[in-house]
Design a protein around this ligand. Structure first.
Ligand code: PLP
Length: 364
């Protein structure tokens, strides 16, 4: 039977998600409440109590969800300033990334990614048997714009995936750079999964009304603390919408996810207060990290900080922290082998991690 499996799928590598928290805790023999989970950029404050309350009272769990996520899209239109007819909701931004690949990519089509970046872009492109052309970022993680322009000219890719803030470094794309890239004959997918942690007006979502080739993705996983419910959305040029509706699974976003996201938006003042706390913790943590002699942190506009391990080994540091119940992200991939990425938790969690880092043998 294996011979029936599509050949490119037989050959492609699997996506490597972080290990489930409870599994890791069991593996380490540490009880989950004594662990510090700072490896997947989740929100340390979790969902709002109002969201949990609404979930406990859901009346229609036995009925299929609204395929159009109508109430949620109306609320999103008000939140984003993008009319509902441009918006589509998905089971996380991940599902929309997948949908974009299904919409555009035929086997052999070219896709541009700018690594280091979120691994899902290359993953969905490989699933579609597309050719992934990586245009690596510079040492400071800025984009090589001329190189992207030349590659678009030469390879005629259909899609360019960009994240702003970028995962793993947390840097934003400038308006001037984005504008330059939008002038290219390529669909630009701008992933704003972490945009709520960046300064206000860093988002380009309303520009989807102006550019025929811009798609902007967002999620409730990070700022709204709903990663486990899987709900994200995208703003698309109007002309693409009828094709997206055609290919979307009808019941992709559960009743619980739609309701949780809608209630979260209703109470977004409280989410913004939590966001402010995370941003303040990020800035304080960054200052303290600069005093750790074996780490060089990068300034970030997201809810994580990337650090170059300038002395000793990042892999060892990752393991040493894990043995003490602290989970941070280590990427065993080219260009990132000297780095760890630390998600921002509550202030007391960051203090605990700093104390651990200060006490480690030097270099780690
Ligand atoms: C840049 C980026 N985009 C999208 C996602 C996935 O978001 P979601 O949970 O909405 O699928 C992540 C998750 O880590 C991410 O880092």
């Amino acid at each position: 039977m294996e011979a029936f499996v599509r050949s490119h799928i037989r050959e492609m590598s699997a996506y490597e998600p972080v290990l489930p928290f409870e599994v890791r805790a069991r593996q380490l023999g540490i009880s989950p409440e004594h662990m510090l989970k700072l490896d997947a950029n989740e929100n340390p404050y979790g969902p709002l109590p109002e969201v949990l309350g609404a979930l406990s009272r859901l009346p229609y769990v036995h009925i299929y969800p609204d395929p159009e996520s109508g109430f949620l899209r109306e609320a999103l239109a008000e939140y984003t300033g993008v009319p509902a007819e441009h918006l589509m909701v998905g089971a996380g931004a991940d599902e929309l990334i997948d949908l974009i690949a299904r919409l555009f990519l035929e086997p052999g089509d070219a896709v541009l990614t700018c690594p280091p970046t979120f691994g899902m872009y290359a993953f969905v492109a490989h699933l579609s048997a597309a050719r992934v052309i990586p245009i690596s970022r510079r040492q400071d993680f800025s984009l090589q714009v001329e190189e992207i322009e030349a590659t678009v000219e030469r390879e005629r890719p259909k899609v360019l995936f960009l994240a702003s803030p970028n995962n793993p470094d947390g840097g934003l794309i400038s308006s001037a750079t984005l504008e330059r890239l939008l002038k290219l004959p390529v669909v630009v997918v701008l992933d704003e999964a972490y945009i709520e942690f960046a300064p206000p007006s860093s988002s380009h979502i309303t520009e989807t009304l102006r550019w025929e080739n811009l798609i902007v993705l967002r999620t409730f996983s990070k700022w709204a603390g709903l990663a486990g419910l899987r709900v994200g959305y995208g703003a698309f040029p109007k002309r693409l919408m009828k094709y997206l509706w055609k290919i979307k699974q009808p019941y992709n976003v559960s009743v619980a996810a739609q309701e949780a996201a809608r209630i979260a938006l209703e109470h977004r003042d409280e989410l913004q207060r939590r966001r402010d706390r995370i941003v303040a913790a990020r800035e304080a943590f960054y200052r303290e990290l600069r005093a750790i002699p074996y780490l060089e942190p990068y300034p970030s506009q997201a809810n994580f900080i990337l650090c170059r391990v300038v002395r000793g080994s990042a892999a060892t540091l990752h393991h040493t922290l894990m043995a003490r119940g602290v989970l941070v992200r280590y990427f065993n991939s080219p260009g990132l082998q000297d780095f760890i990425r630390i998600s921002i938790g509550r202030p007391e969690e960051m203090e605990k991690l700093l104390n651990t880092l200060r006490q480690l043998p030097f270099p780690p």
